[in-house]
Design a protein around this ligand. Structure first.
Ligand code: ZN
Length: 246
């Protein structure tokens, strides 16, 4: 293939723009903030579940406590009523005995219930403290996540502006390159890790970094300027430059 030598040189500009675009896209996709956000989201999911559990515990324990306090009230009421009856006198001996027995039983029951209420209150305090700690943790991770998202957005804005610049540069340069040379460049670029054209500098292919020697070097020396050279090793388009060392 033949192509105007100046067009071959512009291929290097095109390659530079494509390389920049590839690097920017890679940077955009591998920003450390992206991993930080995923990590924070994962921790937030776990923490939020734990927080909901702790809050549910608090609600359940509250309800349980109220229920038990109502039981204590009932037991106390019944005991008061029994004691009033006994104090009022005129209670048949048999009934008096059964009332005394009931008052004793009720006192034990009340004491057990009060112990249970105390234990519930302790558990509720623990659950409360747990919920508060988890709530604080959620806030902390959420602000970590927000900071990472803000840093990501700032990096995206910067990268996207640079991408737009490089895309414009690429478009303008591509428009000046003959269609067949451009097609060859794209074909090679697709199969050679994104590098379709490489400069020949100091007798070295800058695509694969191998030094030209023997017949390949002689062919490069004698080829007319508009001949399109290919590196025999990596098959990339080899563009001669003033620093080719031929
Ligand atoms: Zn090469």
């Amino acid at each position: 293939m033949n192509a105007d030598f100046a067009a071959q040189l512009r291929l290097l500009d095109l390659q530079a723009a494509d390389t920049a675009i590839a690097q920017l896209s890679h940077r955009r996709g591998t920003l450390p903030e992206l991993a930080a956000i995923v990590d924070a989201d994962g921790r937030l999911t776990g923490l939020s579940d734990d927080l909901v559990r702790a809050q549910t515990d608090v609600t359940d324990l509250d309800r349980e406590q109220r229920r038990m306090e109502a039981d204590v009230d009932q037991v106390r009421l019944r005991s008061d009523r029994d004691q009033q009856r006994m104090r009022a006198g005129a209670v048949p001996a048999k009934e008096l005995e059964s009332l005394q027995h009931e008052v004793q039983t009720l006192a034990r029951r009340q004491s057990d219930l009060e112990d249970a209420v105390l234990e519930l209150m302790e558990r509720r305090e623990d659950a409360d403290a747990r919920a508060a700690r988890l709530g604080g943790e959620v806030d902390r991770v959420r602000s970590e996540r927000d900071a990472a998202a803000a840093a990501r957005d700032a990096a995206f804005a910067e990268i996207d502006a640079e991408l737009a610049t490089q895309a414009a540069r690429r478009e303008a340069t591509a428009a000046t390159i003959p269609a067949d040379l451009l097609t060859l460049y794209e074909k090679v670029r697709a199969t050679a890790g994104g590098v379709g054209a490489a400069a020949l500098r100091k007798r070295r292919c800058e695509g694969c970094h191998l030094e030209l020697a023997g017949t390949e070097l002689r062919a490069a020396r004698t080829a007319p300027p508009d001949a399109v050279l290919r590196c025999e090793n990596c098959r990339r388009i080899l563009v001669r430059t003033p620093e080719s060392g031929l």
